[in-house]
Design a binder for this molecule. Structure first.
Ligand code: A3D
Length: 320
């Protein structure tokens, strides 16, 4: 059986980390693509030279011609620009929308059967535009945000409670932005909901609120520290988890920016919801019960994403 092919469109900080992780896990052969000629080739060669040391058999190549992604099984898109301190994700919209148009055309021509994971920000609007530009089936185009946001929430909770990250599950809904909705009721330590842990005295309601706010600001905290760009290790690890779920048909239950066609009362938008990812791409969108307060927070987040999609349509009317 031939190896799978993973195309990384954008070979910057996240793209390079994706190539490294995909190689370490032997998920398939890796093609790095970027408009900055030399960067994908250089990173590919560097990682390939770690192969004999790490013991992985993966062909790594770099290119600045879309023909190189031909027949890819998975495309992970990070092409575009990241945030600098003081910028919101939404400030990136104009530049990155044009990038999505080029990337969509490249994928449509050379990798129409791929499972496409978009990471470029502002995430929910970019993945929506990328699906339209590429014309790929909606279940085969998905955005990475929820795995990262819930990973941040899980890390903060595990540290707070002094328990293993393995035993903490967390649930984050909505858009990948300041309005994201971490759900305490559906987040647990070994199955015990956070709301019960508060009752059991593990932490106060106020402290939990602080952790939730830190989760919402998780990306900005790292941008503020790095000063030259945004997070890349955890975003790359999160996208690899999604790619692996598809390639190995694992049917993982993962929060992703998925296309909604009426679920949660949302039509033709990408918003963070729990999904099942397997060989069929997004095989199911899981609709959970939200209480009044959660629904209000979710709807507010959806409203923010809708505003970004409108802004995209103003720039590229063909998206309508
Ligand atoms: P960076 O290291 O700048 O890499 C981006 C790469 O894209 C660069 O190498 C560019 O040369 C390349 N590029 C620019 N335009 C094009 C184009 N038209 N075609 C092909 N390649 C192009 O950024 P990064 O890797 O740190 O971040 C990439 C994106 O991910 C940014 O938009 C970030 O905002 C976003 N991001 C999203 C999350 C989420 O959780 C959704 C987290 C972190 C970063």
């Amino acid at each position: 059986m031939a190896r799978k092919k993973i195309a990384l469109i954008g070979s910057g900080m996240i793209g390079g980390t994706l190539a490294h992780l995909a190689s370490l896990k032997e998920l398939g052969d890796v093609v790095l693509f970027d408009i900055a000629d030399g960067v994908p080739q250089g990173k590919g060669l560097d990682i390939a030279q770690s192969g004999p040391v790490e013991g992985f058999d993966v062909n790594l190549s770099g290119a600045s011609d879309y023909a190189a992604i031909e027949g890819a099984d998975v495309c992970i898109v990070t092409a575009g620009v990241p945030r600098k301190p003081g910028m919101s994700r939404d400030d990136l919209l104009g530049i990155n929308l044009k990038v999505m148009e080029q990337v969509g055309a490249g994928i449509k021509k050379y990798a129409p059967n791929a499972f496409v994971i978009c990471i470029t920000n502002p995430l929910d609007a970019m993945v929506w535009a990328l699906q339209k530009f590429s014309g790929l089936p909606k279940n085969m185009v998905v955005g990475m945000a929820g795995v990262l946001d819930s990973g941040r929430f899980r890390h903060f909770l595990a540290t707070e409670f002094n328990v293993s990250v393995q035993d903490v599950t967390a649930f984050v809904l909505g858009g990948h932005g300041d309005t994201m909705v971490p759900l305490a009721r559906y987040s647990t330590v070994a199955g015990i909901p956070l709301t019960d842990l508060v009752k059991m005295g593990w932490c106060t309601k106020e402290r939990l609120e602080e952790i939730i706010q830190r989760t919402r600001d998780g990306g900005a905290e790292i941008v503020g520290l790095l000063k030259t760009g945004s997070a890349y290790y955890a975003p790359a690890a999160s996208a690899i988890e999604m790619a692996e779920a598809f390639l190995k048909d694992k049917k993982r239950v993962l929060p992703c920016a998925a296309h909604l066609s009426g679920q949660y009362g949302v039509k033709d938008m990408y918003v963070g919801v729990p999904t099942v990812i397997g060989a069929g791409g997004v095989e199911r969108v899981i609709e959970i019960d939200l209480n009044k307060q959660e629904k209000e927070a979710f709807d507010k987040s959806v409203g923010a994403v809708a505003g970004l999609c409108e802004a995209c349509i103003n720039i590229a009317p063909a998206l309508k």
